[in-house]
Design a protein around this ligand. Structure first.
Ligand code: CP
Ligand code: NVA
Length: 304
């Protein structure tokens, strides 16, 4: 039987996202009211981290406990993953002992190989290529503040990285447009995202990408795994700092998002991320609620 996984944004349909966003809103409401919601009692989530994390770790771990389940936390350094046990063997063993696996790793092919040999659903908690749980939270946050994202414009300023690729996938699936501005040499890769050219437009000038946007968003200049390029990137990205002028070029009611962690004075000015248009704290919190909806869905299917 083929197992349902969440390895990239396109693994769910627009209709499934509509359900998950509604479900996440309900789960969030219950959480805020201290109302117990424990459909995953006796279920176990294994979380495998090959890269650092704050939000992904806390949101998955707290989320699984809140759903009534429990969590096993593994890292490369404290498991046989760091001592070259084949990923296929790890997948076969771990998935016989738990009900769900979340992985943060390097190449997308690694999580795909794990999923191929896993008996249980696998969730992508960030790879070099994609960060689908984050974009799910971002879109849920947009909907909470502004309603449907369909037909809207999202400005992506900065690196053509895992977040950018996932925004493109979401745009194609949910019917909005991404205005992308990256320095030369750091462009988005349409083939990696696997999208058509109609869901995004490329701008040399970040100000132009922001013009008329409903949402302006960015990310670190140097993603995890690319630290050796840090100095070169600092030079290349100097003009790709989201500042008040870029926010003024966007729609007056435009939101600002950043998946965090942020570097004030690099990819975003403090007055923007700490300013009135920024929804970064809601965005971070919503990781918890959308991922609870996702875990429930992958294990139990539709609840309503
Ligand atoms: N945004 C995000 O995934 O944060 P962490 O790296 O802290 O998990
Ligand atoms: N693009 C960043 C996101 C961190 C949450 C990275 O991959 O490091």
């Amino acid at each position: 039987m083929s197992q349902k996984h969440y390895l990239q944004f396109t693994d769910l349909t627009a209709e499934e996202y509509a359900y998950l966003f509604e479900r996440a809103a309900l789960i969030k409401k219950k959480f805020k009211a201290y109302e117990k919601h424990q459909p995953l009692a006796d279920r176990t989530l294994a979380m495998i981290f090959e890269k650092a994390s704050t939000r992904t770790r806390v949101s998955f771990e707290a989320g699984m406990y809140q759903l009534g389940g429990s969590v096993v936390h593994l890292t490369t350094g404290d498991s046989q993953l760091g001592r070259a046990e084949p990923i296929e063997d790890s997948a076969r063993v771990i998935s016989r002992m738990v009900d769900l696996v979340m992985i943060r790793t390097y190449e997308q092919t690694k999580i795909e190989r794990f999923a191929e040999y896993s008996r249980v659903p696998v969730i992508n908690g960030l790879t070099n290529e994609f960060h689908p749980c984050q974009i799910m939270a971002d879109i849920f946050t947009f909907i909470e503040h502004r309603g449907s994202i369909k037909g809207k414009t999202v400005a992506w300023v900065g690196d053509g990285n895992n977040m950018a690729n996932t925004w493109l996938q979401a745009a194609e699936l949910l019917g909005f447009t991404v205005h992308v501005s990256t320095p030369g040499g750091y462009e988005v890769n349409q083939a990696v995202a696997g999208v058509s050219s109609t869901c995004y437009k490329v701008f040399k000038d970040p100000m132009q990408a922001c013009a008329g946007a409903d949402l302006v968003t960015t990310d670190v200049w140097t993603s995890m795994g690319y630290e050796a390029e840090n100095e070169a990137r600092k030079k290349a990205f100097a003009d790709w700092c989201v500042d008040a002028d870029m926010m003024r070029a966007a729609r007056p009611d435009a939101l600002f998002m950043h998946c965090l962690p942020a570097h004030r004075g690099e990819e975003v000015e403090a007055e923007v991320i700490d300013g009135p248009q920024s929804v970064v704290w809601d965005e971070a919190e919503n990781r918890l609620h959308v991922q609870k909806a996702l875990m429930e869905y992958l294990l139990l299917g539709r609840m309503a």
